[in-house]
Design a protein around this ligand. Structure first.
Ligand SMILES: Cc1cc2nc3c(=O)[nH]c(=O)nc-3n(C[C@H](O)[C@H](O)[C@H](O)COP(=O)(O)OP(=O)(O)OC[C@H]3O[C@@H](n4cnc5c(N)ncnc54)[C@H](O)[C@@H]3O)c2cc1C
Length: 459
């Protein structure tokens, strides 16, 4: 659907306040792409609901009209997840952004989907609490739930699925349901909350969520460990995890990326394979003991330096630099687009996966930077090129294909955290086989007309 008729515009304008529906060209263009190269189809209009009731009335009407609807959080996805592919209506949640209640005694918060995670943390911080899922970008809670986002701290704290306890969801036909509960555990029937987590807006729209929060750790310890080769660094990762050290973050960085970070931020880091680690604990003594053990273990893998006792300001700068890796790469290659590989494997296969990917990038002479949330076996390769240059871009696509297929062969997944969107659909059959058919059946059952975020997860 390219344009709404005058009648449709009239009805949509009555479903929300006049300033919360637009068919203006610039608003439509703003919702044409996320941060990736995946280009969508211009939506016919944008609507900004602010209550569950409004969402329900909008979906009841769009369903009857056969209008495709694509939910939009903060638009920071990397696989075209919130990008409309059949025009229609984009439902933008940026104005449905109230923190409804924080219950410190229960370690819980009730939020609307447009709440940004940094704002939630600012507010929860007043109670000594935080929402620890950290994808780097200041994503919305609705988008994080829909993508089952995770990030640098997932190794200790888990992914979004571990924090979504209860949700209000509006189904494609406009019916409102409530999943889960506020108790710490439940064995009560199918886990519908988890069905909607990671469904990328293809099954319905999340309009409210109760999130688990956790206490802000009293002591932090940041460590940088360097190695003279990539294999030793990757081996040290599985050794540290296997020893029960429980880092709060364990990131692998390769010399190419460190070079860019040094150039841009003047960090003065050694340009060698490195692990950025963070530990959280109840006292300095515990953390110092942890650090001694980490040093001992990584020395057996041939570490060449071990820097700890990094002060808070420096620690924050390091993490900011790591979080901004994608932006740094993007800025260093002006005018180019990025293709981001996001595969994950069992931790024992991580060294093999890292070496495989680095060699592939070098052999194919591509501009690519290997790094990742090593502690979770999650590997990223950010490659840069021009999607309009067929021969250059096809090399990047081919590298992505090889890495993902290898990860799946090793018992891993085509996406550790970014979701399927448009880009990863081609690997779903390979990874899931018959389970992919069941996913399609579930989609048909809940959304028989295929109107909710069409062409995502499924072809
Ligand atoms: C620099 C950078 C680093 C990143 N690093 C990470 C990382 O480490 N880990 C990680 O997991 N991700 C990472 N991402 C990707 C991205 O930030 C996450 O996937 C995030 O969860 C997307 O949230 P969003 O609010 O931007 O959602 P959007 O991109 O707007 O939407 C994401 C999906 O959610 C759906 N959706 C949005 N709101 C709702 C709703 N209310 N109900 C139902 N469906 C909805 C959309 O249709 C879409 O399918 C990174 C992105 C950037 C730019």
């Amino acid at each position: 659907m390219k344009e709404f008729t005058q009648d449709q515009i009239r009805v949509l304008s009555t479903l929300v306040d006049p300033d919360r529906f637009s068919v203006g060209q610039s608003n439509r263009e703003l919702h044409l792409h996320d941060i990736s190269f995946h280009l969508g189809t211009l939506p016919a209009g944008i609507i900004w609901p602010i209550t569950t009731d409004e969402v329900s009335r909008i979906l009841t009407w769009t369903y009857k009209q056969g209008i495709p609807v694509t939910p939009w959080g903060a638009g920071t996805s990397t696989e075209g997840n919130p990008v409309p592919t059949r025009g229609g209506l984009v439902m933008d949640f940026t104005r449905m952004n109230k923190i409804l209640e924080i219950r410190p005694q229960d370690l819980q918060a009730d939020v609307q989907p447009g709440v940004l995670r940094k704002e939630l943390n600012r507010r929860a911080g007043k109670y000594g609490l935080f929402f620890p899922v950290d994808p780097g970008a200041d994503a919305s809670i609705g988008g994080m739930i829909a993508n089952n986002a995770s990030g640098v701290k997932t190794i200790k704290y888990g992914a979004t699925k571990d924090y979504a306890m209860r949700m209000s969801v509006v189904l494609p036909q406009g019916k409102v349901i409530h999943t889960g509960c506020r108790a710490g555990k439940s064995s009560s029937g199918y886990d519908l909350t988890r069905l909607f987590v990671g469904s990328e807006g293809t099954l319905g729209v999340v309009t409210e969520a109760t999130l688990r929060l956790t206490g802000i750790p009293s002591h932090h310890l940041a460590i940088i460990i360097t190695f003279d080769n990539l294999e030793s660094a990757a081996r040290a990762v599985s050794l540290m995890i296997g020893s029960g050290l429980e880092p709060a973050a364990l990131e692998l960085l390769t010399p190419g990326l460190i070079h860019l970070m040094n150039e841009e931020k003047g960090l003065g880091l050694k340009k060698v394979p490195s692990l950025f680690c963070e530990f959280h604990g109840i006292s300095k003594t515990v953390l110092l003991e942890t650090s001694d053990l980490a040093k001992e273990l990584t020395e057996t893998c041939g570490s060449t330096s071990f820097q700890f006792g990094i002060e808070e300001k420096e620690r924050e700068e390091l993490w900011r630099a790591r979080h901004e890796a994608w932006e740094t790469i993007h800025r260093a290659h002006q005018g180019k687009e990025t293709l981001i590989v996001d595969a994950a494997v069992p931790i024992s296969r991580y060294p093999e996966m890292v070496i495989f990917s680095q060699q592939l990038v070098e052999e194919r002479n591509a501009d690519g930077y290997v790094f990742g949330h090593a502690g979770d076996g999650n590997l990223h390769v950010v490659m840069v090129g021009n999607p309009n240059d067929g021969s250059e871009w096809s090399i990047l696509e081919d590298i992505n294909d090889h890495i993902v297929r290898h990860a799946v062969e090793l018992g891993g997944t085509c996406t550790g955290e970014h979701g399927v969107g448009i880009g990863k659909r081609k690997f779903m059959d390979l990874e899931h086989g018959e389970s992919y058919d069941l996913m399609k059946d579930i989609k048909k059952l809940i959304d028989p007309k295929g109107l909710m975020n069409p062409d995502k997860i499924f072809f």
